[in-house]
Design a binder for this molecule. Structure first.
Ligand SMILES: Cc1cc2nc3c(=O)[nH]c(=O)nc-3n(C[C@H](O)[C@H](O)[C@H](O)COP(=O)(O)O)c2cc1C
Length: 228
């Protein structure tokens, strides 16, 4: 597939057919995704390919707990787990314990155990050169050494005629997920990636135009990038 087309049409796919994804196809996807960039080329990602049904069911339940917390924010009109305007973390304005006990149906999450491919994405924390550490605001740089890899997974899957989605609500349950999968302390749970054969292919993504996010010379300066 042509690169520009792949970039412009690789949507989040959450519904899959029953078709299996053979291990050799998944191996090829991982083998292509591994060329992602990372700080210092330290390639901090690790992947657990989850095949065991009991583990999958447990992860589905952990996902559901994270989803409930997420949706409680949405219902309250909040951006879930967003830092405040000053960039700092403050305690969530919703009762997370209550949220976890309140069912929130989600077609994808409620059947997460059934996805053809389930990958738990981990990050080796001591490998991350987090250059915005200690800036007294939400740090953002570290994830940049892992998420290009996860997007490469989606692009590589697309090349194989597959689709998928990178998800993070399960990170809310990191201690339980690490315990379940035997993950050592020095790793973080960066996400869960689902892959499979899409039931349908979305081809038009809704994104803001360049002129809405690029400016010249200063923040808020003249818009850059008006296409003729
Ligand atoms: C950092 C990150 C976290 C995400 N977490 C979730 C998630 O927990 N659950 C989910 O269903 N989708 C998740 N997504 C997928 C986004 O919802 C999706 O990329 C976005 O809505 C754009 O979808 P589209 O490409 O189909 O337009 C996540 C994506 C990113 C990049």
């Amino acid at each position: 597939m042509e690169l520009t087309e792949a970039m412009r049409t690789t949507a989040a796919v959450r519904t899959f057919t029953d078709a299996d994804v053979p291990d050799d196809v998944l191996t090829r996807i991982l083998d292509n995704a591994r060329f992602a960039p990372s700080g210092g080329n330290r390639q901090p990602w690790r992947v657990v390919v989850v095949k065991d049904e009991a583990l999958r069911l447990a992860l589905r339940d952990h996902y559901a707990a994270g989803w409930r917390e997420y949706m409680a924010h949405v219902v309250a009109g909040l951006v879930p787990f967003a830092p405040s305007n000053d960039g700092r973390w403050s305690e969530p304005a919703v009762d997370l314990e209550k949220a976890r006990a309140t069912p929130s149906p989600n077609e994808f999450g409620d059947h997460l155990n059934e996805v053809p491919v389930m990958l738990v994405l981990l990050a080796h924390l001591p490998s991350l050169a987090v250059t915005d550490n200690g800036l007294d605001r939400q740090s953002i740089v570290g994830g940049g050494s892992v998420y290009p890899f996860s997007h490469n997974l989606l692009l590589a899957a697309r090349q194989e005629g597959l689709g998928g989605v990178m998800t993070t609500v399960i990170c809310r349950q990191e201690p339980a997920v690490k315990h379940l999968l035997g993950v050592p302390i020095e790793f973080a749970v960066a996400g869960l990636v689902a892959l499979g054969h899409p039931t349908h292919q979305v081809t038009r993504l809704r994104r803001r135009p360049v002129s809405e996010f690029a400016t010249i010379d200063r923040f808020g300066g003249p818009e850059f990038g008006d296409l003729p």
